[in-house]
Design a protein around this ligand. Structure first.
Ligand code: AMP
Length: 394
């Protein structure tokens, strides 16, 4: 088990905390969604309350190893100051004189930020020299940036070679909830996988097929599976080079007794746009020249039936082109069904599925909404995440 922030003696110590402050901004640099900053507060407040000297770090955007004011963390420092009700100073550099001067002057129960770690080209190379320089700012290291935990960079992994380390509350929850679901789920365990391409989800499907009782496959991916079943799919999105793989996965599911649930009806259009005239057709009857953009109402009912007794549910990826309001119904219905499940652990992978849950106002009904899209996908693939692996065990 990985050490958590509560396992460290933090009082009076300088603690380097890797957060994910990669927030969206408008053209003037105003933060348009501060959720990532708010989510980081629990760990930061714990450290401040326990009299640590808190040195925060993060990346923001892709400055490609160069100092660029467009990617400065100054707006984050300001927002943090407002949220914490105390001044959070920001250094002018990452590991230079300014960062060291501020870190040395830091008092117990105070917090500061260093500049964007990606201002230094060594960060993304996980350069040991840069990791050492980061480590020299502090006495302890806490990683709470799940969104970058699948990257082996200096601030997300390398630095842990030089300091006693622990995970913050955000990563701890990801490990506790998602880790348990994958290792020791309460059953029935149902996974819902959607999204555009089979190729992006192969490893997740392969990993989950060994663990779940039912696997719901929806979205653009379905059509490659339909093709594998010999169905006509019109102009629906399809990866011809993955049809054989889809056949293998169908056979594997059958051999393992996993119920693989594909859509039974589909909303189809002739033109890929929100206002295109649409019709609902059975999966055996997709007309020539038409493409599937959402699951149909019978499929939603099938999902309801498969999910009704589930005790653990993992959802990653929309079951339709949910960016188009007219074809977001299937995805929104999945969100609603999950919100109504009684006594089930519901885990939402980051990205689009999380957006659908938020949009429907169901966020507080879910057990866990992962804070990292790519990272949660790799977690579901059963991969070791460098940002977690680097942390000391209890
Ligand atoms: P992913 O990033 O793999 O989770 O895929 C998400 C994307 O899949 C979204 O942009 C959806 O619009 C897209 N998507 C879902 N269903 C379909 C479909 N039937 N045809 C085309 N794209 C789809």
């Amino acid at each position: 088990m990985k050490k958590s922030v509560e396992d460290l003696e933090v009082s009076g110590k300088r603690v380097l905390v890797r957060c994910d402050f990669n927030v969206p901004q408008d053209d003037e640099g105003n933060i348009t969604d501060d959720r990532r900053i708010r989510e980081a507060l629990k760990t930061i407040k714990y450290l401040l309350d326990n009299k640590a000297k808190v040195i925060l770090c993060s990346h923001l955007g892709r400055p490609k190893g160069e100092v660029n004011p467009k990617y400065s963390l100054k707006p984050v420092a300001q927002r943090l100051s407002e949220l914490l009700g105390m001044e959070v100073k920001i250094a002018e550099d990452v590991v230079g004189q300014s960062a060291h001067a501020l870190a040395d002057a830091l008092q117990d129960g105070e917090a500061m930020l260093i500049e964007n770690v990606r201002y230094d080209a060594r960060e993304e190379k996980n350069d040991p020299e840069f990791s050492k320089e980061l480590a020299s700012l502090a006495e302890l290291y806490v990683n709470d940036a799940f969104g970058t935990a699948h990257r082996a960079h200096s601030s997300t992994a390398g630095v842990a070679d030089y300091l006693p380390s622990a995970v913050g509350y955000l990563i701890k929850k990801e490990i506790d909830v998602m880790g348990k679901a994958l290792e020791n789920p309460e059953r029935p365990f149902v996974a819902i996988l959607g999204g555009k391409k089979v190729s992006d989800k192969i490893s997740v499907i392969e990993n989950l097929i060994d663990k779940v009782d039912s696997l719901i496959i929806g979205g653009g991916m379905s059509y490659t599976f339909f093709k594998a079943q010999g169905k006509e799919i019109g102009t629906s999105i399809c990866e011809l080079d993955k049809v054989d793989l889809a056949k293998e996965l169908l056979a594997k599911a059958e051999a393992k007794g996993v119920r693989l649930v594909l859509p039974i009806d589909n909303v189809v259009v002739q033109e890929f746009s929100n206002d295109a005239p649409s019709q609902v057709v059975s999966s055996d009857a997709i007309p020539e020249g038409w493409q599937g953009v959402d699951v149909g109402p019978k499929t939603v009912e099938l999902y309801r039936e498969v999910l009704k007794d589930a005790k653990t549910v993992v959802w990653n990826g929309p079951v339709g082109v949910f960016e188009f309001d007219n074809f977001a119904k299937g995805t929104n219905e999945v969100a609603k069904i999950l919100s109504e499940l009684d006594g089930a652990t519901t885990i939402i992978g980051g990205g689009d599925s999380a957006a659908a849950i938020e949009k429907g106002g169901y966020a507080d009904k879910m057990t866990h909404i992962s804070t990292g899209g790519g990272a949660s996908l790799e977690f579901l693939e059963g991969k070791v995440l460098p940002g977690i692996d680097c942390i000391q065990d209890v």
